[in-house]
Write a protein of this length. Sequence first.
Length: 440
Amino acid sequence: MGEDSLTITDNRTGRTYDLPIENGTVRGMDFRQIKTSDDDFGLMVYDPAFTNTASCKSRITYIDGEKGILRYRAYPIEQLAEQSTYLETAYLLIFGELPTRAELSQWMHAITNRTIIHENIKKVMDGFHYDAHPMGMLVSTVAALSTFYPESKDIYDSENRLLQIHRLIAKMPTLAAFAYRHSRGLPYVYPDNDLSFTGNLLNMLYKMTEAKYQPDPVLERALDILFILHADHEQNCSTNAMRSVGSSEVDPYSATAAACAALYGPLHGGANEAVLRMLAEIGSKDRIPEFIKRVKDGENLLMGFGHRVYKNFDPRAAVIKDLAHRVFEVTGRNPLLDIALELERIALQDEYFIERKLYPNVDFYSGIIYQSMGFPVELFPVLFAIPRTAGWIAQWLEMIEDKEQKIARPRQVYLGEDQREYVPIARRDGPASGRTSAVA
Ligand code: CMC
């Protein structure tokens, strides 16, 4: 074996194995040959929550958590946030290259002309309770799209696949806006294809009786930047859900619904909603020390802080903090910003957070901007799901075309009982059964 290998000695047998190292990894399956006897299953790798497992090879998004670097297809996130648009970034993520002028205009045309949803989807929306969370409605209606486009299950037909990609990116804002309007008891607003991607979203959310909705250009651009920042983040929880569910070869709408459901959780896309609730609960700067104490005592998390990958700073948080000031020039300053800034200042000087490398993540400031733009907190995870759809699709496509991928199916370490004989119910009561209650 050459230098790029790992030599392992199994102390149970004294045998030595050479495992090749490729791209800084060893293959999990190479451990299977390490056995104590012929009928031994072989060694497995135990990695709950995949904290040290590469589940795929990818060319889409690069993160260096120590240095605070995020790049889509090798382009730094700061440059894309400054110079690109969400739809161009979506093209870049999905196809791997920045589009030419003609490609971009074709791409935008294909998406803009697919923003309308089937009228029956409105009936699905109407079935929800008046206070249904818009994320629950989004998860359900994205899944419902697969029933409107049954041909989407033909995932190996590239032309058909492209059509579903256009539809998914185009219809997410419409579903999101309809979910919001339903929860407010407002009439649905149909897409206005003269507007930009984010301008149209604002139109579908906020248009009242005016003949034509005119989005504020600063807010329209700010939302576009936020969408660029949220478009992909390599193998996070929801992307892993997209790939894992997609690996069963289900249609992309169903896989996207699974990804949306994963994003809904408070430790993932629900965190910006949780940040705002936390800031509102703190209420004033003088109550921050008491709150920090509770965090350090393990009673609460400091929401919007910490990241599995970033251990220095989250580059998206830096762009968003800057953006906040531009937005506040239009909307007026959000008083929660002062609490957030002070919370950040105190936390970054505190040993508890320094030791654990806990810094503000993307969600710490995005919620404050969203609130200033008039979005209710329940809409925050939805505003994350819309742009992340581009990343989910890019990752799903890469998975489908990767010959090394198969249906995702992890192993387990079974720690339950060995075989037991079935006990008829009449004999299960009483001390003689030897059974303790299974229900607490
Ligand atoms: N507040 C207080 N303590 C924390 C926090 C926090 N936000 N995050 C981590 N810790 C502590 C944790 O208790 C642990 O302490 P100890 O070593 O004493 O047990 C230590 O820091 C390491 O944390 P961990 O739980 O092992 O870290 P993780 O990589 O498993 O979790 C995380 C990452 C993002 C789930 C976590 O930091 C967290 O729950 N943060 C708050 C929720 C949040 O802001 N989520 C948004 C993430 S970014 C956007 C996205 O991915 O959707």
